[in-house]
Design a protein around this ligand. Structure first.
Ligand code: PLP
Length: 354
């Protein structure tokens, strides 16, 4: 096999270039998960009746590997991603994977693809684990067989020109998720169902939408596919996990960081009315989204009905900046990791590759 030429990571579009190898294992009712292997990156052949095509039984994860200045490779809280993969699977009636086993294979795969972890400020190797239902059957029931795969994609800095606040509007028609639905799971349908709103936002010159609860359209949930935080009168507020919000690992890490700094941080239900009132009183100090891709995406302008809120003069706030610098510093080994969040990927264990 000929390794692919490694591209200039700063010229590739997010998620469009993949490394030379992938991980794959299969599940059947009789054998459970079996036959784990690292193989050359290749297409998957499926029967047209494979259940993934019809009923969308699938889950995914997203995390990153970072190259440190002294050429170590670090993963950020990968245990959390595999725990969440299993929680998503639970919701989609997909069998659990062994978290330690898949982490072991992820480390093997990354060790093998070490050269693909880019060098350079803000760059990383994006990791996409996912599971698809592979039984060939059109009747509506959970599949009897599945394939789990991990693919890797080198990605450029999210903010080549430094972090930039974005314009957001509050979505009042479309709903992302409701309690009891699939909003807490990373599953395909949640994302395709959000495309209409995203398209409309793009058309109107906004970068994303802010999602409200699907029942009363009153309470703030997420922004695009990120969790959302506000600094209101010195206190950091993020919507409490309510059965429709996706539990972000960046969100969780931000809360832990803020607590370690003795900054007041609360998870609670927050309505648009309360947010607007805070804004009108001059108490809305910062707003930002959090997620693996961007870490932090500051909100410079928020539009709700005919109200336009300009936040922190459209500039990145101090807390947003400090959180961004600290988290990216830990992820890339520039700052001490006092939480033990990162895991170092060692060289290949020759006994188990291939
Ligand atoms: C993945 C995701 C997030 C962020 O999760 P991280 O673990 O921080 O990357 C937030 N909201 C939605 C809907 C997501 O899919």
């Amino acid at each position: 096999m000929h390794p692919k030429e490694k591209p200039d990571v700063n010229k590739v579009k997010f998620g469009s270039v993949f490394t030379d190898h992938m991980f794959k294992m299969n599940y059947t009712v009789n054998k459970g998960w079996h036959d784990p292997k690292i193989i050359p990156y290749q297409p998957v052949t499926l029967d047209p009746a494979a259940m993934i095509f019809h009923y969308g039984q699938t889950v995914f994860e997203g995390l990153k590997a970072y190259r440190t200045e002294d050429d170590q490779i670090l993963l950020f809280r990968p245990d959390q991603n595999f725990q969440r993969l299993n929680r998503s699977s639970e919701r989609l009636s997909i069998p659990h994977v062994d978290e330690e086993e898949v982490l072991y294979y992820l480390k093997q795969l990354i060790a093998l693809e070490k050269e693909w972890v880019p060098k350079g400020e803000g760059t990383s190797l994006y990791i996409r684990p996912f599971i698809i239902a592979t039984e060939n059957n059109l009747s509506v029931h959970p599949s009897a067989c599945y394939t789990f795969m991990i693919i890797l994609s080198p990605v450029a800095a999210y903010y080549p020109e430094g972090i930039n606040p974005v314009r957001i509007y509050v979505e009042e028609n479309f709903t992302r998720a409701v309690k009891g639905g699939t909003g807490t799971a990373k599953t395909a349908g949640n994302y395709s169902a959000a495309y209409n709103a995203q398209n409309e936002a793009t058309k109107q010159g906004f970068s994303q939408v802010l999602w409200l609860d699907g029942v009363e359209k009153k309470y703030i949930e997420e922004v695009g596919s990120m969790n959302v935080f506000f600094k209101i009168n010195g206190e950091i507020v993020t919507p409490a996990l309510n059965g429709s919000i996706l539990e972000g690992i960046t969100r969780k890490s931000m809360i832990e960081l803020l607590k370690s700094w003795d900054m007041p941080v609360v998870e609670k239900r927050l309505s648009m009315d309360e947010l607007l009132e805070a804004y009108n009183q001059g108490l809305l100090e910062e707003a930002f989204g959090t997620g693996t891709a961007a870490v932090i995406s500051p909100i410079g302008e928020l539009i709700w009905r005919d109200q336009k809120m300009k936040i922190n003069g459209g500039e990145t706030g101090n807390v947003s900046k400090r959180l961004y610098d600290t988290l990216t510093g830990i992820q890339t080994g520039k700052k001490a990791d006092s939480f033990n969040w990162t895991i170092q990927v060692n060289s290949l264990d020759e006994t188990t590759s291939n």
